[in-house]
Write a protein that binds this ligand. Structure first.
Ligand code: NAI
Length: 308
C-alpha cells in the first residue's frame, strides 16, 4: 500500500504521523509546495521509527509528484487554514485553486487513487474535486463529519462523565459552524439513548458546543486545530486500506439520498477498499430533514461561488 499526503502543514503532518505510527501503508509520501518542509518533516518522523517501532517508509517531496506515483490513497490538506474570527467559507477562492491544481497533478501519477479531501471549505472542495477530476464518485471522500462526530462525543462524554469510547454519536450535514447537524436523538451511551440522561438544556449546549467546536479551538490556539483532524484523516485512511467497512460520517456525492442531489454533503457511509461503498439511511424526523435541507442550501450557495 502507498499513501500520499499533500500539504505538510499542521493537519497534513499529523495525519501522516498517525498513518506511519499505525503502519497503515508500506510507503508514505508527504508533499508540500514549501521548499524543504515535507522533506524535513518526513525525516523527523522517520527518526521516530526506532523509538515507536514502526517500519513505514516515509519520503518527503517539494512538489515532485513523480514520487507519489502509484498511490492507493491520497489525502489533500494543502491550503490556508482559518485564523480567529474567520469562517471556513472565507478560504474558498485561494483553496479552490490549490485543491484543483493538486488533484490534477496527483491523477497524472495515480489515476486510480482514492482521494480524501480535508482542505476547507471542505464540502465545496470535495464537490470541486469530484467535478474537476472525472474520478468515480465513490473514490472522492471529504473529511469533516468524522471529526465533528469525535467532538460531539467529546462534549457528550464530559457531560455524562463517561468514556467517549462507550458512546455512539454522529454529526451529518455540512462541515460548517452553522451547517452541521449533531444527531442527538441517535446518540447512545452503551446502547441507551443519551437523551435519557441529559436535560433539554444540557442537550442544547452539547449540540451548540459541537457546532462551534472548531472555532473554539481556533480562538484558543490562534489557528485551526490539528490533533483531532489528523487522527480523523488517518482513521478514514485506515478503514479504506484495511477494508474495515467502518461506518463514518463523510462528505460524499448525493444522488437523491437524504433528498438531495448534485451536491457533496456529510452522511453516514461504509468505508472500505473501494472508497465509500454504501450510504446508510438514518431515518430523519421532520426537524432533522429540514436542518439537512437548510445545510444543503448553504453548501450549494457556496458551490455556486465556484461557477462564477
Ligand atoms: P497549514 O498552513 O499548517 O498547512 C497547509 C500546507 O499546505 C502548508 O504547509 C502549505 O505550504 C501547503 N500548500 C499550500 N499550497 C500548496 C500546494 N499548491 N501544493 C502543496 N502544498 C501546498 O494548514 P493546516 O492547519 O494544516 O490546514 C490545512 C487545511 O485543512 C486548511 O484548509 C484547513 O482549513 C483545513 N482543515 C480542515 C479540517 C476538516 O475537518 N476538514 C480540519 C482542520 C483543518
Amino acid at each position: 500500500m502507498k499513501v500520499t499526503v499533500v500539504g505538510a502543514g499542521a493537519v497534513g503532518a499529523t495525519t501522516a504521523d498517525n498513518i506511519a505510527r499505525r503502519e497503515l501503508c508500506e510507503e508514505l509520501v508527504l508533499l508540500d509546495i514549501k521548499e524543504g518542509l515535507a522533506e524535513g518533516k518526513a525525516l523527523d518522523m522517520t527518526q521516530t521509527a526506532a523509538l515507536l517501532g514502526f517500519d513505514t517508509k516515509i519520503t518527503g517531496s517539494t512538489s515532485d509528484y513523480s514520487k507519489t506515483k502509484g498511490s492507493d490513497v491520497v489525502v489533500i490538506t494543502s491550503g490556508l487554514p482559518r485564523k480567529p474570527g474567520m469562517t471556513r467559507e472565507e478560504l474558498i477562492g485561494t483553496n479552490a485553486n490549490i485543491v484543483k491544481g493538486v488533484t490534477q497533478n496527483i491523477l497524472q501519477y495515480s489515476p486510480d487513487a482514492i482521494i480524501v479531501v480535508i482542505s476547507n471549505p471542505m464540502d465545496t472542495m470535495t464537490y470541486l474535486t469530484l467535478q474537476s477530476s472525472g474520478v468515480a464518485k465513490n473514490k472522492i471522500i471529504g473529511m469533516g463529519g468524522i471529526l465533528d462526530s469525535a467532538r460531539f462525543k467529546c462534549y457528550l462524554s464530559m457531560a455524562l462523565n463517561c468514556s467517549p469510547n462507550d458512546l455512539n454519536a454522529i454529526v451529518i450535514g455540512g462541515h460548517g459552524d452553522t451547517t452541521m447537524i449533531p444527531l442527538i436523538r441517535y446518540a447512545t451511551w452503551n446502547s441507551v439513548p443519551v437523551t435519557e440522561f441529559l436535560s433539554a438544556e444540557q442537550q442544547q449546549k452539547i449540540v451548540a458546543d459541537t457546532m462551534v467546536g472548531g472555532a473554539t479551538l481556533t480562538k484558543l490556539i490562534g489557528t485551526s486545530a490539528w490533533y483531532a483532524p489528523g487522527a480523523a484523516g488517518a482513521a478514514l485512511v485506515e478503514s479504506i486500506v484495511r477494508d474495515e467497512k467502518k461506518l463514518f460520517s463523510c462528505c460524499v456525492s448525493l444522488d437523491g439520498e437524504y433528498g438531495q442531489k448534485d451536491i457533496c454533503l456529510g452522511v453516514p457511509v461504509v468505508l472500505g477498499k473501494n472508497g465509500w461503498e454504501k450510504i446508510v439511511d438514518y431515518k430523519l424526523n421532520g426537524d432533522e430533514q429540514a436542518a439537512f435541507n437548510k445545510s444543503a442550501d448553504a453548501v450549494r450557495n457556496m458551490n455556486d461561488v465556484l461557477k462564477m
